[in-house]
Design a protein around this ligand. Sequence first.
Ligand code: ATP
Ligand code: MG
Length: 773
Amino acid sequence: MQDYLKGLNPNQREAVTTTEGALMIVAGAGSGKTKVLTTRIAHLMAKGVDAFNILALTFTNKAAAEMKERIGHILGTGEARNLYIGTFHSVFARIMRGEAHRLGYPSSFTIYDTDDAKSVLKTVVQELNLDPQHYKPNACYNRISGAKNALVGPREYLNDYHIQQEDMRANRPMLGQIYAAYAQRCFKNGAMDFDDLLIKMYELLKNFPEALHKYQHKFKYILIDEYQDTNPAQYEIIKLLGAANENVCVVGDDAQSIYSFRGATIQNILQFQNDYDDVKVIKLEQNYRSTPNILNAANQIIKNNKGQIEKTLFTDQPTGENIKLVRTQSDNDEGKYVADAIMENKLRNHFSNKDFAILYRTNAQSRSFEESLRRAGIPYTIFGGISFYQRKEIKDYIAYLRLIVNPQDEEALKRIINYPIRGIGKTTVDKAILFANQNEISMWQVLESAAYYGFKSGTLQAIDEFVTMIKSFHSMLPTKNAYDIAFHVGKQTGFVKELFNDKSTEGVQRYENVQELLNSIKEFIETPISEESGEVGDKSLGTYLQQITLLTDSDQKDPNADTVKMMTIHASKGLEYPVVFVGGLEETLFPSGMSINTREELEEERRLFYVAVTRAKKRLFLTYANTRYKFGQLTQNEPSRFIEEIPQDLVDRSYAGGGLKNQSSGSGWGSGSAFDRMRKTTTPAQPQERTFVSAVAAGALKNQKEVAHTPSTNFVPSDPATLQEGMKVEHQKFGFGEVMKLEGSAHNPVATIKFDQNGEKKIMLNYAKLMIV
Ligand code: ATP
Ligand code: MG
């Protein structure tokens, strides 16, 4: 038996080795679903399936990276990088680069993040002469996003009686027009928002039979983790892709479905068996993660939900400790208690910082934990909060880079046209947009022919200089890498100098952030696509931009750092920690006050609680405070109803007191009617969350850099200095070849090598395992 199959239980092994046909695994938390998926990919490859033919969709980029790493370990080759493995968004963005032209987009299309999308919405609302107070970008965005994820296009939206009625009742009758104008505007800007990455992929497969055929043929094996949280758009895409070969394997747990507000529906799980000819269903019943006490508590909690798929879950582990239920006087006392408990557990039980996780319902709760951990000198990392790439100076810099790649990108253009100040004021910008709209061309095209549109001579000169500058940057694209261009842009625009000259504390911080951005671009060009093979890969500005747009905040932080991890329960899905604290178990906070009006909402909160509890391996602490500041008001809280759902013999109760004195203030898509799909997907907006940036967050990119710069452990290269053109070499993966060219800098030499079997490749000598023969 292959080594990787050892240690799997019989059901897991069956799931791994049943490679042909549709397969569904619905099983409880910690039963090895993700492990099965990873091992299955390794097994497919060991059986000779080409990595290029495997598509694996995960919920986070981090999960994808972990899977690749584990597969690399099992198979010991660099083949893992040829897998199409990642989140729906990142995989589809990669595919779209090559296919966007079919849908009328430039292949250099921009990906708009939520901020960009909201800014377009603001413009659209203004242009339609609607009240911006009434049609707030957030509300419009959520509604449009809901429609897109339900595969309801603008035309269908406008034509659907029920949707229109709903908007009337909500007193926002013009949402359909806003949606249509927004979609048009994004298209004109050559931009897709996050949801577009899904729906455009769907349109591609639905409307272009040759594209459908191509990808059906390519992705012979499809695997999906966390299937319970796929939304209708994702579901339809999988169905299309899987239809030809039917080798679709999905794993999920209906008890952990926690994204109905984003349009996910567990109907997908129930429907799966009808979608394919011969579906094999495998159960996994052994939990390998948690102690029996934790598992029993979780099982009892979820029993309060109606209509769960019946599952058994047992564990062989020793009973373990009771769950600690701790009441505190205030939220600050709660933070203090958790910090003390971490210290005590580290001392007595030899846990490390990284063994602890603090989970909460909303980001705002992180403050009190953060304060007490800092006071106690315990290092921590917060996942969530303001991401590095959301900071103004970083967004400005990136807007320049985006505009260079895609001059039609109006959002980017507006952002930097007068930054640093160059005499192109708001009136000029408004005029340019007006001309663009009147003539159905882009704002950039107006600027290019500014003389024709009759701008005043002073303004005209400023515009011409700006256009010439951007064009000169643009001309660097074919020959220069991302770093060279970015560095040049920073210098030529005077942008970096301006930040450098600002000596206020914030100014210094902004300058440092920009330097950090440049460092990270440098790192991008100096890191091979595979550390094992040292292969260079595409280092163009376009590739760099795509990569960072799809980074989430969590991806920028090192999950292996020896720090306590803090995150919302939503973000903790799929993860596990030896010791878990779940904070704020209070009515109106958890369950959230916004989610207790219907049974469906409450059941989703309960599933969230189930997810939280099942992250714990050895010890679980549940805490709640009598009083807490919420939006600046001191509130008194009842304990959460969920507490009573845990069998009391599994719980040790205690009180950690303290006084109040410590308080601080602080178009015919999909199936079913459009309305039905929308109704399933439009649920309450996410609660308003306050965010805090951690001290550690600022250093996050630095941490990542250290990791990326560490060469592989068994790194035995030939000394690059001895290497010369014409020499014969052997590469660990690509075999024998001849050195054709040597280039790159002294500290990062790059060789072009013509391999006998694998053709010509650029290899980074700092990474490559190369022997002179
Ligand atoms: P979740 O529902 O939370 O995503 P999951 O079902 O995906 O959980 P995994 O994360 O794959 O579960 O596995 C949980 C833990 O159990 C992991 O640490 C994994 O390595 C371990 N595990 C799974 N199967 C086995 C096994 N056969 N032997 C030993 N450990 C196992
Ligand atoms: Mg999992």
